[in-house]
Ligand binder design. Structure first.
Ligand SMILES: CC(=O)N[C@@H](CC(=O)O)C(=O)NC[C@H](CC1(C(=O)N[C@@H](Cc2ccc(O)cc2)C(=O)O)CCCC1)C(=O)O
Ligand SMILES: [Zn+2]
Length: 620
């Protein structure tokens, strides 16, 4: 090194880092392949052995991450000017709970997660004394298709008794261990803080809160309309004066998507569905290739699990898998022949298209620009695919409904999934972040959950809840440890992208009628963003896709979503005024939910009244 100049010294630190990262790239791809395969084997064949094997591999991966984070910390970042190299080194060292040296506790976390996810995926909800059914497709179909209040309540309660209630005792330790592990390095306040760090923004939490508040009026108008129509159908006696809607009559086990009760809300030409499972996947693939994106690679068709096996327990919750070797990409889905499932097929394949778009990046960058971007990409084609014109093109709809009432009908149907979802997509991590912060302790898990459900969604539980219940556990992503705010971010971002792509594609007319099918200009613009992966902070990816359009920005914006639904909002406001429907609900009262000290407001008063009467009776 004699006579090495200062800049050469710089180069040598950087050169060493580059050499290290090249070696790391191969090692990490190899071990991630093993880890992903072990996860796949477990989820497509749930047994004690496959769970143990998956846990072993998740610990091997933690060890690998721990070791490589130590190696990467060896480099002196102040001597490296190249931002790309320092970003990559930073990602090698961003290993979350794997930085925790207590491998016994790390194994316990993995065991708890495996046990809770196992309870969830094998649970059978009893709808009466003799009949107990799995969630998919049986209970899901009852909630989607039954129009009997009590039958719906039985399926709703049965599922929660068999899933959440059975894992309530496991969640507190799971939370404490995750917090202990993530706090070890001193970089994060708690596990929620670590989850939010994926968005690389100190204002992320307040940004999403502002977006949610901006979207609330649209949701409240939809809620008021739907409540009136459901009240007509089920009878006013089922609807409390607080203004809430019973949680189990909205067509979805979690009241997160209301499209299944569309028939009660408005007449709509029924869909032809002379479809097969394989055709559903071919139709989805055709959409992506029509805009110039990739088709599914050969191994996709060989290795995917597209139908529920009859001979073993599996995770039916649909998912897309990237095995990180540029060849093996799979979908696992218990596919059934419904239009909701056809949307899920497009969703899961959207993830695969993202994997394919960034497959040549360094492994560390093979990710969504942020988790919401991956979900937004998964959903974006459904904004085009569901237009009546498109459904007719592919033989899923007999004829296109006439312009104006067809428009409102179509917008209402889209709102039942895209607007109805917003408070739900927002509230799951509000609950989870408050649990990780220690603001919500085990004895008020369920009460806090229903506070948020009642406050943000304007729904209430049809069956009285007790603190023995653990309703958050009845939603896959809670026992699965899967963050959820990504979906709220996705539902905002996908309308920004839809608006931008329709502009780039020179498609005029209202946003909700735009279909980018067959438009390679839109596809190219989308792909330009996808192939960035997580190489740059996500604001640059947002700018990449919106560049040159009137929605150009590097931030999340609710404006395109509000623009898309503005014709519907006007119609809803008119309709709610016409029936002088009071908007909203009592955000501080939740029917059927006892408050923290075990007594709800009104029952506390009743009890005191009872006490006074009893004492008075003594003196008579
Ligand atoms: C290996 C792995 O885990 N891979 C990730 C993908 C990745 O990160 O690479 C993955 O496949 N995650 C599974 C998850 C599945 C679904 C889901 O859970 N959806 C949410 C919210 C929602 C609701 C309506 C909607 O239109 C879109 C989303 C729910 O159902 O509550 C269920 C069917 C739809 C999407 C998914 O695909 O996002
Ligand atoms: Zn997804």
């Amino acid at each position: 090194l004699v006579g090495t100049t200062w800049s050469q010294t710089l180069v040598s630190e950087e050169a060493a880092a580059i050499a290290y990262l090249e070696e790391y790239d191969k090692l990490t791809a190899d071990i991630h392949y093993q880890y992903t395969e072990a996860g796949w084997i477990y989820e497509t064949n749930i047994t004690d052995e496959t769970l143990a094997n998956m846990t072993d591999w998740s610990l091997k991966l933690s060890d690998f991450n721990y070791r490589e984070a130590k190696n990467a910390s060896r480099f002196d970042m102040s001597k490296i000017n190249n931002q790309n190299i320092t970003r990559l080194l930073g990602k090698v060292m961003d290993i979350g709970t794997a930085a925790f040296p207590d491998t016994v506790k790390l194994r316990k976390i993995s065991d708890l997660e495996g046990e809770m996810a196992g309870i969830y995926s094998t649970a059978k909800g009893c709808i009466n004394a003799t009949t107990c059914l799995p969630l998919e497709p049986d209970l899901v179909n009852i909630i989607a298709n039954s129009r009997h209040y009590e039958e719906l309540a039985a399926a709703w309660k049965g599922w929660r008794d068999a899933s959440g209630k059975k894992m309530k005792h496991l969640y507190p330790e799971y939370v404490n261990l995750l917090n202990e592990a993530i706090k070890f390095e001193g970089k994060f306040e708690d596990m929620g803080d670590y989850y939010r760090s994926d968005y690389e923004s100190p204002t992320f939490e307040s940004d999403v809160r502002a977006l949610f508040q901006e979207l609330a009026p649209l949701y409240e108008n939809l809620h008021a309309y739907v409540r009136r129509k459901l009240r007509q159908h089920y009878g006013a006696d089922k609807f409390p004066t607080t203004g809430h809607i019973p949680a189990h009559i909205l067509g979805n086990m979690w009241a997160q998507d209301w499209t299944n009760v569309y028939d009660i809300l408005a007449p709509y030409p029924n869909k032809g569905s002379n479809y097969t499972i394989t055709r559903m996947y071919k139709v989805a693939e055709d959409f992506f290739t029509s805009i110039g994106l990739n088709k599914m690679p050969p191994l996709f068709w060989e290795n995917s699990m597209l139908v529920k096996p009859v001979d073993r327990d599996v995770f039916c919750h649909a998912s897309a898998w990237d095995f990180g070797n540029k060849r093996d990409f799979r979908i696992k889905q218990c596919t059934s022949l419904t239009d909701e499932q056809l949307l899920t097929v497009h969703h899961e394949m959207g993830h695969i298209i993202y994997y394919l778009a960034y497959q040549d990046l360094p492994y560390l960058y093979r990710d969504g620009a942020n988790p919401g971007f991956h979900e937004g990409m998964a959903d974006i084609v459904t904004l085009s695919f569901q237009t009546p014109e498109h459904l007719k093109k592919i033989g899923f709809l007999d004829d296109v409904p006439a312009q104006n009432e067809g428009d409102i009908n179509f917008l209402l149907r889209m709102a039942l999934s895209k607007v109805a979802f917003l408070p739900f997509g927002y509230l799951i991590d509000q609950w989870r972040w408050s649990v990780f912060r220690g603001d919500t302790l085990p004895d008020s898990y369920n009460e806090k959950w229903w506070d948020l459900r009642c406050d943000f969604q304007g729904i209430f539980p049809p069956v009285k809840r007790t603190n023995a219940d653990f309703d958050p556990g009845a939603k896959f992503h809670v026992p699965g440890g899967v963050p959820y705010i990504s979906y709220f971010v996705s539902f905002v971002a996908q309308f920004q992208w839809h608006k931008a792509l329709c502009k780039v594609a020179n498609i005029s007319g209202p946003l909700h009628r735009c279909d980018i099918y067959n438009n390679t200009m839109a596809g190219t613009r989308l792909n330009d963003m996808l192939k960035m992966g997580s190489a740059r902070p996500w604001g640059e990816a947002m700018l990449k896709i919106t560049n040159g359009t009137d929605g150009q920005t590097n931030k999340l914006s609710a404006a395109p979503l509000l623009e898309y639904f503005s014709p519907l909002l006007k119609w809803l406001q008119h309709n709610n005024r016409k029936y002088n429907e009071t908007l909203g609900w009592d955000k501080k009262k939740c029917p059927n939910v006892p408050s923290a000290n075990g007594l709800s407001g009104n029952s506390r008063i009743q009890n005191i009244g009872f006490l006074i009467t009893a004492i008075f009776a003594l003196f008579i």
